[in-house]
Ligand binder design. Structure first.
Ligand code: ZN
Length: 146
């Protein structure tokens, strides 16, 4: 399981997993000891708190996957920085996103080949609840990034 988690990001450690109905909940935490403050770019190793956030990822063996991340919040130790704390971030997910980037990519790949209604049907059957409007939003977002 740790290997699967590391495929998402090598900075993650596997903690535990639980299967509830058709969904696998995988709890992970960061193995980083320090992080750069995104506001002043200085490193901090002083952890303020931890909180959980969850998001959807690619299915595994026909099961829906929800990643539960124990995310760290750090103190910024730079007295000149106008932020006292900042949250740990990862490359595999956007700041406010509810899906991993690799899942979004798969959704976009499929939706560019079939209609969004057909794509939505496919994803519902194939283990991720993705609505037509979500697909349209992702396509729009993707078009804007080009
Ligand atoms: Zn700072």
């Amino acid at each position: 399981m740790d290997e699967i988690v590391k495929l998402l990001d090598h900075n993650l450690n596997y903690v535990s997993h639980e299967l509830i109905e058709d969904t696998m909940y995988i709890t992970v935490e960061s193995n980083r000891e320090k992080m750069r403050c995104p506001h002043c770019n200085r490193f901090s190793n002083k952890v303020h708190s931890r909180y959980k956030k969850s998001f959807k990822d690619l299915p595994i063996q026909g099961m829906k996957v929800v990643i539960v991340l124990i995310n760290k919040k750090y103190f910024c130790k730079n007295v000149e920085c106008d932020h006292t704390t900042f949250a740990e971030t990862f490359d595999f997910i956007g700041k406010k996103a509810k899906k991993t980037k690799r899942l979004e990519k798969e959704i976009i790949n499929l939706a560019t080949n079939v209609s969004s209604v057909a794509a939505s049907k496919f994803w519902r059957k194939n283990v991720v609840n993705v609505g037509k409007s979500t697909i349209c939003e992702l396509l729009k977002k993707n078009a804007n990034n080009k």
